[in-house]
Design a protein around this ligand. Structure first.
Ligand SMILES: [Mn+2]
Length: 370
């Protein structure tokens, strides 16, 4: 086993993965790839996309980091701006078939992106999937590295870096990359509390290259007034039963969607509360949807299972929600009921969905009539 200069020894298995990935990149040299991030990219996904772009550039591969929804969390906006990471919102209904020679999925397996169908219609081959969520079978990539045991997907990319795919040196781009990956690991693992051994190993490798001042600046963005307002409403509307705190916040703009997980994080800080769920109707570009966020500190609550069992499936067979350790989310399209209404009808619509969703969760918990 070879020893890196900083004392981190890569494991044999990951060295093999890095080798396979390098072979694939060599074959695909000079191409243009689309790196698909989830619709609402988080720091883990953004840093992985950035890492892939830097790695692939060595084989003359150009990459667009693309998402289909929105980047709304103040920390994520600060991250892409301060670390100079270009990410692109895909607004095209159809992706021109000759634009990309391959797609790459990081921190997801195609189930959290609205771009998958569009890429399939454009016949863009799926090249690579690197993820740390449970195995899903939506895509058939040429190269897959799926490791649910790792806390952050960013840690898998750090392994590739130190296994020789792109040894970091002291230059601005690498400083930004190391800082992005460190932010990805920290935010994905609840400030390292949920981190696994691989995540600490990765963080140790990044440490000499990471810019602490920049990281500090990213982590201490102040909340917008809108986010504060959503948190206030969430606090006011909350209902607590058996340790579950559930709150509907009504209508909110797509730009403020990220207020939902932030409100859930905040509600989770109350005494006796172990699980917080906050949801609202988000006015998207085309359609209204219910968006919700779940946060839990209880080991016996699996967000994925809880949301799937509480909310069930839509007509097409896919679930309304899912999650990972400690966190989850859900989206319910309003379909025919979507669209601007007069205030009375809008209120009626919200009241109905609010009551229905609360009932589903409280039934699941067995606390309907408290
Ligand atoms: Mn992740």
């Amino acid at each position: 086993m070879k020893k890196e200069s900083n004392g981190i020894s890569p494991n044999v298995d990951s060295t093999r993965m890095a080798g396979q990935l390098a072979n694939l990149l060599k074959e695909r040299g000079g191409e243009r790839h689309i790196v698909v991030l989830q619709d609402f990219p988080d720091p883990d996904a953004i840093s992985c996309g950035f890492a892939y772009r830097c790695i692939a550039a060595q084989w003359g591969i150009e990459c667009d980091l693309v998402y289909g929804g929105r980047i709304s969390h103040q920390e994520n906006i600060a991250m892409v701006n301060l670390l100079n990471i270009t990410v692109t919102l895909c607004e095209l209904e159809e992706i021109p078939p000759d634009r990309y020679q391959g797609s790459v999925f990081v921190d997801g397996q195609g189930t959290t992106s609205c771009l998958v169908d569009r890429l399939e219609r454009a016949r863009v081959p799926v090249l690579i999937v690197v993820d740390h969520h449970a195995q899903q079978d939506r895509l058939q990539p040429l190269f897959a590295d799926i490791r649910p045991s790792v806390g952050a997907c960013a840690s898998i990319f750090v392994e590739y870096l130190c296994d020789g795919l792109l040894p970091l040196v002291s230059k601005t781009e690498h400083r930004n990359l190391a800082t992005a990956l460190m932010h990805g690991i920290i935010s994905e693992t609840g400030a390292l509390i949920e981190a696994q051994a691989q995540d600490f190993t990765a963080a140790a490798y990044l440490q000499p290259f990471c810019d602490r001042e920049l990281l500090n600046e990213i982590l201490h963005q102040q909340r917008s007034q809108k986010v504060m307002e959503v948190i206030r409403v969430a606090l006011e509307n909350r209902v607590i039963r058996s340790g579950y705190c559930i709150s509907g916040v009504g209508y909110l703009r797509a730009a403020d969607r990220d207020a939902l997980p932030q409100a859930a994080d905040f509600l989770l800080t109350e005494e006796m509360v172990h699980t917080a769920i906050v949801f609202g109707i988000v006015l998207g570009d085309r359609e209204e949807e219910i968006h919700g966020s779940l946060r839990t500190t209880k080991l016996t609550v699996s967000p994925d299972q809880f949301l799937k069992e509480s909310l069930g499936k839509m007509v097409g067979g896919s679930h309304y929600g899912g999650g990972k350790a400690r966190a989850g989310g859900f989206e319910i399209p309003l379909g025919f009921l979507s669209g601007h209404d007069d205030p009375d009808l809008a209120k009626l619509k919200w009241d109905t969905f609010n009551a229905k969703i609360q009932k589903k969760f409280f039934t699941k918990i067995g606390a309907e009539d408290e």
